[in-house]
Ligand binder design. Structure first.
Ligand code: SAM
Length: 349
């Protein structure tokens, strides 16, 4: 099995059955070997600096109804909120003082947030913080809207494809949501010039190894600059409430696979991973991740952005916990990088 990791490291590619074999062996000792190789590749490329992104969860209203997600529109138990532009700017100011140079505006697909409103918000952040990257993660919109946000100063966009298998997509989403539309949006984002991120939930209901291999093949051909993956975690008020959470070791194996495939990619160690295991964030970094996204949202909205049960949003998972994060990283030989951390292909540096 080690030879598969060696080939992936040198050629950045495996045949589908090679990926499947690694995924199916994640419970064994090969995981340590894959993680060690992925970590060596990440350190050779980025040193021991971990980029930080300030996550601002701007709204939990959503017109979509994804069966796995706690802020889906049919969930009547969620207290809905929407931040004002001034509140968002205030969080950016706080984050900037702390040293953040990337702000990630994430939210449900809130129909009340018009394209013009988002455009103006991006414009205001860009004007006040010319040295910062602006990342949006606001779901599916029109090409024209994406272009307006880009021209207003947004640099990056995160839109997980969730699954590259249409039948699996149909199992996770109601019929009014379209697999093709999401894929189309991803292509548009990349064409416009965004540093584009995509990814999946590991262990989402109904997911098989074959599905994951198709996700890998999709990501291989799409070549995103950012790859986001975290374990699926059930949320009590969703139709998938009773389903088991995703497997941490498979998540770590996939982080390592993607690092070996894409040495330059920006790969976060996600909040979902940190939620599932107390040392999840460190293990993600030791598997080759090079980004963490502390929460810059106001205290009173964090609990309301409950995508899944027990989502971590306090302590180290918050901006105030930056010092704690530093200590945590130091214990595994890493440090916070306060650089903006744009995607840069190796041959350009
Ligand atoms: N609405 C935007 C979108 O669809 O891209 C951004 C917000 S959405 C809540 C962000 C991500 O949360 C999704 O892409 C999904 O992968 C993840 N997510 C939702 N529910 C989850 C769950 N139960 N467990 C783990 N991740 C989840």
């Amino acid at each position: 099995m080690e030879h598969l990791v060696d080939i992936l490291r040198s050629e950045h590619h495996l045949p589908p059955e090679g990926y499947a074999a690694l995924i199916d062996s994640a419970a064994g000792s090969i995981l340590d070997y894959a993680m060690q190789n992925a970590r060596e590749v990440a350190v050779a490329r980025f040193g021991n600096g971990i980029f930080i992104r300030g996550l601002i969860e701007i709204t939990n209203y959503c017109r979509n109804d994804c069966y796995y997600c706690g802020i889906r529109r049919s969930n009547r138990h969620v207290e809905r909120y929407r931040m004002s532009r001034e509140q968002i700017l205030a969080r950016c100011r706080m984050g900037h003082k702390l040293g953040f140079r990337t702000f990630v505006l994430q939210g449900g697909e809130d129909a009340a947030l018009s394209d013009a409103w988002i455009e103006e918000t991006v414009h205001d952040i860009r004007t006040e913080f010319p040295d910062c990257a602006i990342t949006l993660s606001l779901g599916e919109r029109t090409r024209e809207a994406y272009l307006r946000f880009y021209n207003a100063g947004a640099n990056r966009y995160l839109l997980r494809h969730e699954t590259a298998t249409p039948e699996h997509y149909a199992l996770l989403h109601p019929s009014f949501m379209s697999f093709e539309h999401r894929m189309q949006n991803l292509r548009e984002l990349k064409e416009i010039g965004y540093q584009t991120g995509t990814g999946i939930m590991v262990g989402s209901p109904g997911q098989t190894t074959e599905h994951i291999v198709r996700d890998i093949m999709f990501i291989e051909s799409f070549r995103p600059q950012m790859i986001g993956l975290g374990p699926y975690i059930p949320q009590d008020d969703t139709p998938f409430a009773g389903q088991p959470a995703g497997d941490i070791r498979i998540t770590l194996m996939l982080l390592s696979i993607f690092r070996l495939m894409f040495p330059d990619a920006l790969i976060p160690s996600t909040t979902a991973l940190a939620t599932l295991a107390p040392d999840g964030r460190e293990r993600g970094i030791l598997a080759g991740a090079n980004v963490v996204m502390p929460n810059l949202s106001p205290e009173d909205t964090r609990a309301k952005y409950a995508l899944y049960n027990d989502k971590k949003a306090t302590g180290l998972e918050s901006a105030e916990g930056l010092r704690g994060l530093e200590t945590q990283l130091e214990t595994i030989g890493y440090r916070i990088s306060f650089e903006r951390g744009d995607y840069a292909p190796s041959d350009s540096i």
